[in-house]
Ligand binder design. Structure first.
Ligand code: TYM
Length: 326
Protein backbone atom coordinates (compact mmCIF):
# COMPACT_ATOMS: atom_id res chain seq x y z
CA UNK A 1 0.00 0.00 0.00
CA UNK A 2 1.15 3.51 -0.69
CA UNK A 3 -0.21 7.02 -0.26
CA UNK A 4 0.82 10.61 0.33
CA UNK A 5 -0.47 14.00 1.46
CA UNK A 6 0.78 17.42 0.42
CA UNK A 7 2.22 19.44 3.32
CA UNK A 8 0.65 22.56 1.80
CA UNK A 9 -1.52 23.18 4.87
CA UNK A 10 -2.22 21.75 8.30
CA UNK A 11 -3.80 18.29 8.28
CA UNK A 12 -7.57 18.36 8.67
CA UNK A 13 -10.42 15.99 9.41
CA UNK A 14 -10.91 15.29 5.67
CA UNK A 15 -7.29 14.13 5.29
CA UNK A 16 -7.63 12.07 8.44
CA UNK A 17 -10.99 10.35 7.81
CA UNK A 18 -10.55 10.10 4.04
CA UNK A 19 -6.96 8.87 4.12
CA UNK A 20 -4.68 8.46 7.18
CA UNK A 21 -7.19 6.68 9.42
CA UNK A 22 -7.32 3.81 6.94
CA UNK A 23 -3.61 3.55 6.43
CA UNK A 24 -2.48 2.03 9.72
CA UNK A 25 -5.11 -0.67 9.83
CA UNK A 26 -3.55 -2.91 7.18
CA UNK A 27 0.13 -2.67 8.21
CA UNK A 28 0.20 -6.37 9.14
CA UNK A 29 -1.05 -7.51 5.73
CA UNK A 30 0.79 -5.10 3.43
CA UNK A 31 4.21 -3.56 2.96
CA UNK A 32 3.22 0.10 3.50
CA UNK A 33 4.80 3.34 2.21
CA UNK A 34 3.49 6.76 3.24
CA UNK A 35 5.10 10.06 2.38
CA UNK A 36 4.93 13.83 2.60
CA UNK A 37 4.32 14.97 -1.00
CA UNK A 38 6.50 18.09 -0.74
CA UNK A 39 7.40 18.23 -4.47
CA UNK A 40 3.71 18.45 -5.29
CA UNK A 41 3.15 21.49 -3.07
CA UNK A 42 5.36 23.81 -5.14
CA UNK A 43 2.88 23.71 -8.02
CA UNK A 44 1.35 26.51 -5.91
CA UNK A 45 3.65 29.12 -4.33
CA UNK A 46 4.73 28.21 -0.78
CA UNK A 47 6.48 30.16 1.96
CA UNK A 48 9.75 28.12 2.25
CA UNK A 49 9.99 28.18 6.07
CA UNK A 50 6.32 27.15 6.42
CA UNK A 51 6.75 24.28 3.97
CA UNK A 52 9.73 22.94 5.93
CA UNK A 53 7.90 23.24 9.27
CA UNK A 54 4.69 21.64 7.98
CA UNK A 55 6.55 18.72 6.41
CA UNK A 56 7.99 17.75 9.81
CA UNK A 57 4.70 18.43 11.61
CA UNK A 58 2.98 16.16 9.13
CA UNK A 59 5.44 13.37 9.85
CA UNK A 60 4.83 13.76 13.62
CA UNK A 61 1.08 13.61 12.95
CA UNK A 62 1.37 10.49 10.77
CA UNK A 63 3.10 8.73 13.66
CA UNK A 64 0.60 10.08 16.21
CA UNK A 65 -2.26 8.79 14.04
CA UNK A 66 -0.89 5.29 14.54
CA UNK A 67 1.59 4.80 11.71
CA UNK A 68 4.37 2.98 13.50
CA UNK A 69 7.68 3.73 11.68
CA UNK A 70 8.82 0.20 12.47
CA UNK A 71 5.94 -1.25 10.46
CA UNK A 72 5.46 1.46 7.80
CA UNK A 73 8.03 3.22 5.63
CA UNK A 74 7.53 6.96 6.27
CA UNK A 75 9.52 9.36 4.12
CA UNK A 76 9.74 12.76 2.47
CA UNK A 77 9.10 12.63 -1.29
CA UNK A 78 12.01 14.93 -2.25
CA UNK A 79 14.44 12.65 -0.36
CA UNK A 80 13.87 9.93 -2.95
CA UNK A 81 15.03 11.40 -6.30
CA UNK A 82 13.50 8.45 -8.20
CA UNK A 83 10.11 10.23 -7.93
CA UNK A 84 11.26 13.21 -9.99
CA UNK A 85 13.16 10.94 -12.39
CA UNK A 86 10.24 8.61 -13.14
CA UNK A 87 7.93 11.65 -13.13
CA UNK A 88 9.75 13.03 -16.17
CA UNK A 89 9.59 9.72 -17.98
CA UNK A 90 5.88 9.26 -17.32
CA UNK A 91 5.24 12.78 -18.63
CA UNK A 92 6.21 11.32 -21.97
CA UNK A 93 3.55 8.59 -21.64
CA UNK A 94 0.69 10.80 -20.40
CA UNK A 95 -1.45 12.57 -22.96
CA UNK A 96 -2.20 16.29 -23.08
CA UNK A 97 -5.92 15.47 -23.39
CA UNK A 98 -5.85 13.25 -20.31
CA UNK A 99 -4.16 15.92 -18.21
CA UNK A 100 -6.59 18.57 -19.47
CA UNK A 101 -9.53 16.58 -18.10
CA UNK A 102 -8.28 16.46 -14.51
CA UNK A 103 -10.72 18.15 -12.13
CA UNK A 104 -8.02 19.15 -9.64
CA UNK A 105 -6.09 20.91 -12.42
CA UNK A 106 -9.18 22.80 -13.56
CA UNK A 107 -10.04 23.83 -9.98
CA UNK A 108 -6.53 24.93 -9.08
CA UNK A 109 -5.98 26.72 -12.40
CA UNK A 110 -9.15 28.72 -11.72
CA UNK A 111 -8.08 29.46 -8.13
CA UNK A 112 -4.50 30.47 -9.04
CA UNK A 113 -5.10 32.07 -12.43
CA UNK A 114 -1.88 34.11 -12.15
CA UNK A 115 0.30 30.99 -11.82
CA UNK A 116 -0.97 28.20 -14.09
CA UNK A 117 2.47 26.61 -14.42
CA UNK A 118 3.63 23.46 -16.22
CA UNK A 119 4.02 21.58 -12.93
CA UNK A 120 0.37 22.16 -12.03
CA UNK A 121 -0.62 20.66 -15.37
CA UNK A 122 1.70 17.62 -15.24
CA UNK A 123 1.12 17.02 -11.52
CA UNK A 124 -0.71 13.69 -12.20
CA UNK A 125 2.35 12.23 -14.00
CA UNK A 126 4.44 12.86 -10.88
CA UNK A 127 1.68 11.29 -8.79
CA UNK A 128 1.68 8.27 -11.14
CA UNK A 129 5.45 8.00 -10.59
CA UNK A 130 4.97 8.23 -6.79
CA UNK A 131 2.65 5.27 -6.99
CA UNK A 132 4.13 3.03 -9.68
CA UNK A 133 7.68 3.11 -8.27
CA UNK A 134 6.49 0.98 -5.32
CA UNK A 135 4.34 -1.52 -7.30
CA UNK A 136 1.46 -1.23 -4.76
CA UNK A 137 -1.76 -3.26 -4.89
CA UNK A 138 -3.79 -0.54 -3.18
CA UNK A 139 -3.68 3.26 -3.00
CA UNK A 140 -5.80 4.45 -0.05
CA UNK A 141 -7.19 7.92 -0.86
CA UNK A 142 -10.30 10.05 -0.40
CA UNK A 143 -12.82 10.34 -3.20
CA UNK A 144 -11.27 13.48 -4.77
CA UNK A 145 -8.06 11.59 -5.69
CA UNK A 146 -9.81 8.72 -7.46
CA UNK A 147 -9.46 10.38 -10.86
CA UNK A 148 -5.67 10.66 -10.43
CA UNK A 149 -5.37 7.00 -9.45
CA UNK A 150 -7.42 6.06 -12.51
CA UNK A 151 -5.08 8.09 -14.72
CA UNK A 152 -2.17 6.26 -13.06
CA UNK A 153 -3.76 2.95 -14.05
CA UNK A 154 -4.12 4.13 -17.65
CA UNK A 155 -0.50 5.25 -17.81
CA UNK A 156 0.71 1.95 -16.29
CA UNK A 157 -1.36 -0.05 -18.78
CA UNK A 158 -0.10 2.02 -21.70
CA UNK A 159 3.51 1.54 -20.61
CA UNK A 160 3.06 -2.20 -20.00
CA UNK A 161 1.43 -2.57 -23.39
CA UNK A 162 4.58 -1.23 -25.07
CA UNK A 163 7.29 -2.75 -22.87
CA UNK A 164 5.77 -5.83 -21.16
CA UNK A 165 4.77 -6.13 -17.51
CA UNK A 166 6.84 -3.41 -15.85
CA UNK A 167 4.26 -1.86 -13.49
CA UNK A 168 1.65 -3.44 -11.27
CA UNK A 169 -1.70 -1.76 -12.06
CA UNK A 170 -2.96 -0.51 -8.64
CA UNK A 171 -6.50 -0.12 -7.30
CA UNK A 172 -7.77 2.97 -5.48
CA UNK A 173 -8.90 2.03 -1.95
CA UNK A 174 -11.63 4.39 -0.80
CA UNK A 175 -13.20 4.17 2.68
CA UNK A 176 -16.94 3.56 3.11
CA UNK A 177 -17.36 6.45 5.54
CA UNK A 178 -15.18 9.55 5.45
CA UNK A 179 -14.21 9.47 1.76
CA UNK A 180 -15.89 12.86 1.23
CA UNK A 181 -15.92 14.98 4.33
CA UNK A 182 -17.74 18.19 3.46
CA UNK A 183 -17.17 21.70 4.79
CA UNK A 184 -19.09 22.35 8.05
CA UNK A 185 -20.32 25.72 6.85
CA UNK A 186 -20.87 24.83 3.17
CA UNK A 187 -21.94 21.17 2.93
CA UNK A 188 -21.88 21.29 -0.87
CA UNK A 189 -18.07 21.81 -0.93
CA UNK A 190 -15.46 19.38 0.32
CA UNK A 191 -13.72 20.22 3.58
CA UNK A 192 -10.47 21.96 2.71
CA UNK A 193 -7.93 24.25 4.32
CA UNK A 194 -8.88 27.01 1.88
CA UNK A 195 -12.19 27.42 3.79
CA UNK A 196 -10.87 27.41 7.39
CA UNK A 197 -14.20 28.19 9.13
CA UNK A 198 -15.72 24.97 7.78
CA UNK A 199 -12.55 22.95 8.32
CA UNK A 200 -11.44 21.14 11.49
CA UNK A 201 -7.66 20.81 11.85
CA UNK A 202 -6.15 17.86 13.72
CA UNK A 203 -4.08 20.10 15.99
CA UNK A 204 -6.81 22.64 16.65
CA UNK A 205 -7.82 23.59 20.21
CA UNK A 206 -10.98 21.80 21.49
CA UNK A 207 -12.86 25.06 22.05
CA UNK A 208 -12.26 26.11 18.44
CA UNK A 209 -13.41 22.72 17.18
CA UNK A 210 -16.57 22.90 19.28
CA UNK A 211 -17.31 26.44 18.03
CA UNK A 212 -17.10 25.24 14.41
CA UNK A 213 -19.45 22.31 15.07
CA UNK A 214 -21.97 24.50 16.90
CA UNK A 215 -22.01 26.84 13.91
CA UNK A 216 -22.20 24.01 11.35
CA UNK A 217 -24.85 24.56 8.72
CA UNK A 218 -27.71 22.12 9.08
CA UNK A 219 -30.67 21.95 6.77
CA UNK A 220 -33.67 24.20 6.59
CA UNK A 221 -36.14 21.32 6.18
CA UNK A 222 -39.25 21.40 8.36
CA UNK A 223 -38.68 17.96 9.83
CA UNK A 224 -35.57 19.01 11.84
CA UNK A 225 -34.69 15.49 12.92
CA UNK A 226 -31.43 13.55 12.64
CA UNK A 227 -31.99 11.29 9.62
CA UNK A 228 -29.49 10.16 6.96
CA UNK A 229 -30.64 11.65 3.65
CA UNK A 230 -27.63 13.11 1.76
CA UNK A 231 -29.76 14.41 -1.09
CA UNK A 232 -32.27 16.43 0.94
CA UNK A 233 -30.29 16.91 4.16
CA UNK A 234 -26.61 17.23 3.11
CA UNK A 235 -25.53 19.18 6.23
CA UNK A 236 -26.97 16.61 8.65
CA UNK A 237 -25.70 13.70 6.51
CA UNK A 238 -22.18 15.16 6.63
CA UNK A 239 -22.30 15.47 10.44
CA UNK A 240 -23.67 11.92 10.68
CA UNK A 241 -20.90 10.54 8.51
CA UNK A 242 -18.27 12.32 10.63
CA UNK A 243 -19.90 10.97 13.81
CA UNK A 244 -20.06 7.48 12.30
CA UNK A 245 -16.40 7.60 11.24
CA UNK A 246 -15.14 8.61 14.71
CA UNK A 247 -17.46 6.40 16.81
CA UNK A 248 -17.87 3.39 14.49
CA UNK A 249 -21.70 3.62 14.84
CA UNK A 250 -23.99 2.81 11.89
CA UNK A 251 -26.41 5.44 10.56
CA UNK A 252 -29.38 3.48 11.97
CA UNK A 253 -27.84 3.48 15.45
CA UNK A 254 -27.12 7.21 15.20
CA UNK A 255 -30.71 7.93 14.14
CA UNK A 256 -31.95 5.91 17.12
CA UNK A 257 -29.51 7.61 19.51
CA UNK A 258 -30.68 11.10 18.50
CA UNK A 259 -34.35 10.27 18.06
CA UNK A 260 -36.34 13.27 19.31
CA UNK A 261 -33.26 15.52 19.55
CA UNK A 262 -33.06 18.74 17.55
CA UNK A 263 -29.99 19.90 15.62
CA UNK A 264 -29.05 22.15 18.55
CA UNK A 265 -28.36 19.06 20.69
CA UNK A 266 -26.89 16.95 17.90
CA UNK A 267 -24.17 19.36 16.69
CA UNK A 268 -22.22 19.76 19.97
CA UNK A 269 -22.39 15.98 20.53
CA UNK A 270 -20.64 15.46 17.18
CA UNK A 271 -18.12 18.14 18.21
CA UNK A 272 -17.43 16.32 21.50
CA UNK A 273 -16.97 12.97 19.78
CA UNK A 274 -14.46 14.52 17.34
CA UNK A 275 -12.59 16.32 20.14
CA UNK A 276 -12.27 13.11 22.17
CA UNK A 277 -11.14 11.17 19.11
CA UNK A 278 -8.47 13.75 18.23
CA UNK A 279 -7.23 14.43 21.77
CA UNK A 280 -4.67 11.59 22.03
CA UNK A 281 -3.48 12.29 18.49
CA UNK A 282 -2.88 15.96 19.28
CA UNK A 283 -1.04 15.19 22.51
CA UNK A 284 1.13 12.50 20.94
CA UNK A 285 1.97 14.66 17.89
CA UNK A 286 3.14 17.54 20.12
CA UNK A 287 5.32 15.15 22.10
CA UNK A 288 6.90 13.63 18.97
CA UNK A 289 7.43 17.01 17.32
CA UNK A 290 9.58 18.13 20.24
CA UNK A 291 11.98 15.23 19.57
CA UNK A 292 13.76 16.45 16.43
CA UNK A 293 16.46 13.77 16.57
CA UNK A 294 13.82 11.02 16.56
CA UNK A 295 11.98 12.58 13.61
CA UNK A 296 15.22 12.87 11.69
CA UNK A 297 16.04 9.22 12.31
CA UNK A 298 12.57 8.24 11.03
CA UNK A 299 12.72 10.22 7.79
CA UNK A 300 16.31 9.21 7.08
CA UNK A 301 15.75 5.50 7.45
CA UNK A 302 12.41 5.89 5.60
CA UNK A 303 14.15 7.50 2.62
CA UNK A 304 16.74 4.73 2.58
CA UNK A 305 14.14 1.96 2.53
CA UNK A 306 11.95 3.77 0.01
CA UNK A 307 14.92 4.47 -2.31
CA UNK A 308 15.84 0.81 -2.34
CA UNK A 309 12.37 -0.22 -3.61
CA UNK A 310 11.94 2.78 -5.92
CA UNK A 311 15.35 2.37 -7.58
CA UNK A 312 14.64 -1.24 -8.45
CA UNK A 313 11.61 -0.14 -10.51
CA UNK A 314 13.46 2.85 -11.97
CA UNK A 315 16.37 0.69 -13.19
CA UNK A 316 13.93 -1.64 -14.90
CA UNK A 317 12.18 1.31 -16.59
CA UNK A 318 15.49 2.83 -17.79
CA UNK A 319 16.51 -0.46 -19.31
CA UNK A 320 13.16 -1.06 -21.01
CA UNK A 321 13.04 2.36 -22.68
CA UNK A 322 16.64 2.12 -23.96
CA UNK A 323 18.73 4.29 -21.62
CA UNK A 324 22.34 3.13 -21.22
CA UNK A 325 22.92 1.61 -17.77
CA UNK A 326 25.14 3.69 -15.46
P1 TYM B 1 -4.21 15.96 -0.73
O1 TYM B 1 -2.91 16.37 -0.11
O2 TYM B 1 -5.09 17.02 -1.28
O3 TYM B 1 -5.08 15.12 0.27
C1 TYM B 1 -4.53 14.02 0.99
C2 TYM B 1 -5.57 12.92 1.19
O4 TYM B 1 -6.69 13.43 1.92
C3 TYM B 1 -7.89 13.15 1.19
N1 TYM B 1 -8.84 14.26 1.40
C4 TYM B 1 -10.11 14.08 1.77
N2 TYM B 1 -10.82 12.97 2.03
C5 TYM B 1 -12.11 13.14 2.42
N3 TYM B 1 -12.71 14.34 2.53
C6 TYM B 1 -12.04 15.49 2.28
N4 TYM B 1 -12.63 16.67 2.43
C7 TYM B 1 -10.67 15.39 1.87
N5 TYM B 1 -9.71 16.30 1.54
C8 TYM B 1 -8.60 15.59 1.26
C9 TYM B 1 -7.45 13.06 -0.27
O5 TYM B 1 -8.35 12.31 -1.04
C10 TYM B 1 -6.11 12.38 -0.13
O6 TYM B 1 -6.24 10.98 -0.03
N6 TYM B 1 -2.35 14.36 -5.05
C11 TYM B 1 -2.59 14.01 -3.67
C12 TYM B 1 -1.30 13.73 -2.90
C13 TYM B 1 -0.48 12.67 -3.53
C14 TYM B 1 -0.75 11.26 -3.53
C15 TYM B 1 0.33 10.68 -4.25
C16 TYM B 1 -1.77 10.48 -3.00
C17 TYM B 1 0.68 12.88 -4.21
N7 TYM B 1 1.16 11.68 -4.65
C18 TYM B 1 0.39 9.29 -4.46
C19 TYM B 1 -1.70 9.09 -3.21
C20 TYM B 1 -0.65 8.52 -3.93
C21 TYM B 1 -3.28 15.19 -3.02
O7 TYM B 1 -3.21 16.32 -3.47
O8 TYM B 1 -3.92 14.88 -1.86
Amino acid sequence: MLSGIQPSGDLHLGNYLGAIKNWGSRAEEFDCYYFMADLHTITVRQVPADLRRRTLEQLAQYIACGLDPEKNTLFIQSHVPAHAELGWILNCYTMFGELSRMTQFKDKAAKHADNVNGGLFTYPSLMAADILLYQPDLVPVGHDQKQHVELTRNVAQRFNHIYGDVFKVPEPYIPETGARVMSLNAPDSKMSKSMPEGCVFLMEKPEDIQRKFKRAITDSDTERCVRYDPEHKPGVANLMSIYSAVTGESYERIEAEFDGCGYGQFKPRVGEAVIEHLRPIREEASRILADKAYLESVYKSGAEKASYTANKTLRKVYKKIGLVAR
